[in-house]
Design a protein around this ligand. Structure first.
Ligand code: P1T
Length: 384
């Protein structure tokens, strides 16, 4: 198998040299919603209707699977569409999910406020200690859902240890790998059953396309999820598929620069008297550093920190920054900054946020790929 950056550019997009084809080096955007056939019973090259199969989405799905070194990739209209399709495909009424207590607010909202209405319950545990998962398992438990690092506290879970517990109890382990992307971490190789992404983030990489994906090797789970991808219809559009493909080609070089800048900013913030604590798994004093270093080849481009003071001080800092736009989301080339308590995690009940450590002065930064010194200078002037 060729290396990651080579797969990112070539897989899913081999030029088509068949009679009449033009040999495009970039996959065309196939906008057709339906595909004509010469004979009613014989779909042309397997294409019938775009919800079921579309050539541009197929190219993206092949590329995403290749990046993970996996058998199957499926592309959805958003990360949460991928999560929803996964849950309805593999769980039923009465089943229980064991979730990391620091999941993205929207994932938690989906589990706690939506699927609960269909009789699927979720138990949240601090998965930084793998045995907490074992303790929470009941006969109803079917699936474990973790992120690592988590959003927004950058907590680290030991994927290998949790995969072992999942196997022992016959549970499905799902890892949301959005924060590191397949460039830095490959959960399937560590024993996870399914990887999910918000491709809106690093894989798309330019804050201009919403998407999600599910990557896996298991034939049975793939058949079920692929069936429901078509049945439910939350698929990635041809144009969104194209943009995500375009973004994915530069994932390797972008991730290196995101990480370089995140390290520099984390170290700068650690030395500021106005900062209470910095959460970045790359820092040696991060409680999950050793596990992170043992299961991933990098620490990513997102960090959080707690500012001394109040919510007003946090808002004032954000308004003084010139290169960091105050906005939700992460993983784009441009630096973004946000306050989880009033933005991305506002849907998490206040008492749960506080119990888990999402204070009003916790600030999350998606460090972009701008010039390192410019980003540090901007923070220096804003903190002053
Ligand atoms: O936004 P969407 O593409 O549906 O993906 C949801 C999602 C899933 N998993 C993780 C780890 C995420 O961070 C997200 C989306 N997160 C944000 C929008 C955010 O600002 O944190």
């Amino acid at each position: 198998m060729v290396a990651f950056s080579t797969r990112a550019i070539h897989n899913g997009e081999e030029p088509d040299f068949r009679e009449g084809a033009s040999g495009d080096v970039a996959v065309p955007i196939h906008l057709a919603t339906t595909f004509a056939r010469l004979k009613a019973g014989a779909p042309t090259a397997g294409y019938e209707y775009t919800r079921s199969l579309n050539p541009t989405r197929k190219a993206l799905e092949e590329k995403l699977a290749a990046l993970e070194g996996a058998k199957y990739g499926l592309a959805f209209s958003s990360g949460l569409a991928a999560a929803s399709t996964l849950i309805i495909s593999l769980l039923k009424t009465g089943d229980n999910v064991i979730g990391f207590d620091d999941l993205y607010g929207g994932t938690r909202r989906l589990l706690s406020n939506v699927f609960v209405n269909f009789g699927i319950s979720t138990t949240y545990v601090d998965a930084t200690v793998a045995s907490n998962i074992g303790k929470a398992i009941t006969p109803q438990s079917k699936l474990i859902w973790i992120e690592t690092p988590t959003n927004p506290l950058l907590k680290i879970a030991d994927i290998r240890a949790i995969a072992k517990i999942a196997k022992e109890h016959g549970l499905i382990l799902v890892v949301d790998n959005t924060f590191l992307s397949p460039y830095f971490q490959k959960p399937l190789d560590l024993g996870a059953d399914i990887v999910v992404y918000s491709t809106t983030k690093y894989i798309g990489g330019h804050s201009d396309v919403l998407g999600g994906s599910i990557i896996l090797n298991n034939d049975d789970y793939y058949q079920k999820i692929a069936y429901n991808q078509n049945a439910v219809g939350a698929v990635a559009s041809p144009f969104d598929s194209y943009l995500t493909i375009r973004g994915a080609k530069t994932l390797a070089v972008r991730m290196e620069q995101h990480q370089k800048n995140a390290f520099a900013l984390a170290e700068f913030l650690q030395n500021s008297p106005k900062v209470k604590r910095v959460l970045y798994p790359g820092l040696k004093d991060h409680p999950g550093h050793d596990i992170a270093a043992s299961q991933s080849t990098g620490f990513g481009g997102v960090l959080s920190f707690e500012l001394e003071g109040t919510l007003d001080d946090a808002e004032a800092l954000l308004s003084k920054l010139k290169l960091f736009s105050t906005a939700e989301s992460l993983g784009g080339v441009e630096s973004l900054i946000e306050i989880p308590a009033i933005m991305t995690h506002a849907s998490v009940p206040k008492e749960v946020r506080e119990q888990n450590g999402i204070s009003d002065t916790l600030i999350r930064v998606s460090v972009g790929i701008e010039d390192t010194a410019d980003l540090i200078d901007d923070f220096r002037q804003a903190l002053n």
